[in-house]
Each structure stands twice: as C-alpha cells, then as structure tokens.
Write a new protein. Structure first.
Length: 381
C-alpha cells in the first residue's frame, strides 16, 4: 500500500491510511470539541466535549471507509481485482487492478460509493433523532447528527458530474453507453471536471475575505484546483483509450519467447537461445515440461557476466507463485493495469486451454501505439 499505515484487512482487502488522516482528524476533533458541540449542547465539561470530538472524528473516517468498501466490494463482484483501500486527507481511494471494461460496470462501481455515504448519513441522522436530547446522550446525538450531515454532504458532493468525482465517472459511464466511445466519454467527463473545478476554486478565492467563509476559502481553492488538474490529466489520456480501442494482449505481446531449462546455468541458456529484441522475459521450464518461473533480461543484466556460468537459471528466476497469468484475449490496457499493481511487472500470457504463448510487459504499449502511427503522430499520447 505504499506509505499507508496498515490497518488490517476487511473482506480480504488491505486497508490503510495516510499520515494526513491525523491532520484532518485533529482538525475535526478540535472543531467538534471547541465550537460545534458546546454550541449545540452547552453545559458539559471540556472532557466530555473532547472525548465526543475524538469519537466523532473516528466515526467520520468510518463512514469514509464504508464509502470505499462499497466501491471495492462491487468492483470484486464485477470481476475486478482490488489491491487495497487507502484513507487520506481528501477522503479515500480504492486501488483496483484494472479499470471497469464496460459502461455498466463503471456505473455500478462508481455510484455505490455515494449511495453508501448517503446510507451512513441517513442511519446517523435517524440515530440522532431517537437519542434522548439530554445529558451525555444529547452530546452523542449531536455527534450523530453532525457526522450524518457531513456524510450526506459528501454523498451530494461526490455526485457532482465532474471527473475525478464519482459523479464524473457516472457521467462518463452514461456517455460511454450512449455513444459506445469510451474515449469520447472520458473527454467529456474530463471537460466537465475542469469547468467544475475552476468554478469551485474561483468561488473559494472570491470568498476569502468573507468572514462567514474565512480560511475555508483556501480549502475550496485547493479542492477545485485538484479536481481541475485531475480532469485535465484524464483528457490527456483520452487519446490513449482511442488508440488502444479493441487491441488485445495477443496483438502486442512478445510472442513465443525462448524457454530456459531450470537445470541449466544462465550462461548456457544465453549461448543456446536466440531471443528477438522484444523478448525481455523467458519462461523457465522444469524437467517435467511444466513452467516453473520466469527469467527476465533485467535480472540477467543485474548479475556480472563472469557469474553467469555459475548461476542456475532457477536461482535467478521469479517463481511461478509471484507471476501474473494473463489471457491472450484480454484487452491490452486492462491487462497492463493489472501488471502495474503486480509484484512482477512482466506477466505470462496463456491461451484459453492453458498453453503459455508469450509474455507481456509495459513495452507492449509502445508496440501497440507504433502499430497505429496515425494516432501516435499526434504527440498527445
């Protein structure tokens, strides 16, 4: 999970949080303990307010986790691998191995997050209304009300039809289904994100001198700028979607690489094989004829040449359990995304009947684009 602080697993999915969560949690705790709760439920001691403020901050991040779990669980139902969930100062992120490959899948994965946030908000608001409005129970009810209100606000904000918000992905899915063109959908949703982001940033900047807004104006400026920048990046990537539309792994893989005997030395393999330039990885075959691992050219280059004749192929190869198997009929871009989050960035390509027919690594993207010079010549990819 990168630099995330690990929190454990939920439904087999790794969960972590960025250190910036502590900053937002501290800010929310202070605001609850010193401003919102004393105003809503006066007459209690500072200890009560601070305990309730800390609990409220934790509860808020629990609702964010529910939001991201919604994305992750629906993605798994759609057959999309989920690497991890990370909470951060902007909310959270669900790291999926690949992007949805159909507009229906993109819609379902995207819309479930705001729905989960709205459900949390409704449950907490109902809890605030049924909690007695006196004593410590009144403070608890106020915490439920405020966090429930924030959850509903988060759900509404996320449904703004602007990339990279969930609403932008829902808009993209709708355009994709209507036009049948994922690249056009990505471009239009990105344009919507730029407009929305600049509008939010401009509104926040113009309200900096408004006492009712205060320093929150800078938060709006930063949020709007982040939305606009992410949307611009999506527009820049749209030509890549167009270039790779319909391209499968079989079209761009390094087909039929030489195999390396597991019992041979690296030097013996190099002297007896004749790989083509695109072959940068070689399946390792055991005495039983089954693939046991993968030897990469990068691993060979990392060893001094004088050691090649003393090093067994299998000692330098990646074992099979660390490798990603990719079907040759998969679309190229999702397959490369799957490798991007894998332990080893080179995968074994297999046919429907389980035969290994090639290898796939990031250089396949260059081969695919080179095969479409009319797209690559624009310089936009």
């Amino acid at each position: 999970m990168g630099k995330d602080i690990p929190l454990g697993r939920i439904a087999g999915i790794k969960v972590g949080m960025d250190v910036t969560v502590f900053l937002i949690a501290a800010y929310l705790s202070v605001m609850l303990a010193t401003t919102w709760l004393p105003h809503d439920q006066p007459g209690h001691g500072s200890t009560t307010y601070w305990i309730a403020g800390g609990a409220g901050a934790i509860l808020f991040f629990v609702t964010l986790l529910v939001h991201e779990l919604g994305h992750a669980l629906v993605a798994q139902d759609e057959g999309i691998g989920v690497d991890s969930i990370g909470l951060n100062m902007l909310g959270g992120v669900t790291r999926m191995e690949t992007s949805p490959t159909t507009p229906g899948a993109e819609f379902r994965v995207s819309v479930v997050g705001p729905v989960a946030s709205a459900a949390c908000g409704i449950v907490l608001l109902v809890g605030s209304f049924i909690t007695p409005d006196r004593g410590v129970s009144g403070v608890i009810g106020s915490v439920f009300f405020l966090i429930g209100y924030f959850s509903l606000l988060l759900a509404a904000f996320n449904m703004i039809p602007a990339t990279p918000l969930d609403g932008g992905k829902v808009l993209s899915a709708a355009i994709w289904r209507t036009t049948g063109d994922q690249s056009k959908a990505s471009t239009w949703a990105g344009a919507s994100g730029i407009v929305a982001g600049m509008a939010i940033a401009t509104w926040g900047f113009r309200r900096l001198n408004d006492p009712a807004v205060g320093q929150r104006g800078w938060f709006l400026v930063l949020t709007g700028g982040f939305i606009a920048f992410a949307a611009f990046q999506q527009i820049r990537n749209a030509p890549l979607l167009r270039a790779l539309d319909g391209v499968t792994v079989a079209d761009s893989m390094a087909a039929h690489p030489p195999t390396a005997p597991s019992w041979a030395t690296v030097g013996e393999f190099l002297r007896t094989s004749s790989p083509r330039p695109e072959h940068q990885a070689y399946p390792v075959v055991g005495p039983d004829g089954q693939v046991a691992g993968l030897l990469t050219a990068a691993a060979i280059r990392a060893v001094p040449p004088e050691a090649w004749d003393q090093m067994a192929v299998m000692a330098l190869a990646y074992p099979l359990d660390r490798l990603t198997l990719i079907r040759d009929d998969e679309l190229l871009l999702p397959a490369l995304q799957k490798l991007e989050s894998a332990d080893v960035r080179t995968g074994l390509v297999v046919t429907a009947d389980g035969r290994i027919t090639g290898t796939l690594d990031p250089t396949a993207l260059h081969r695919a684009l080179a095969a479409r010079p009319s797209v690559g010549a624009t310089g936009r990819v």
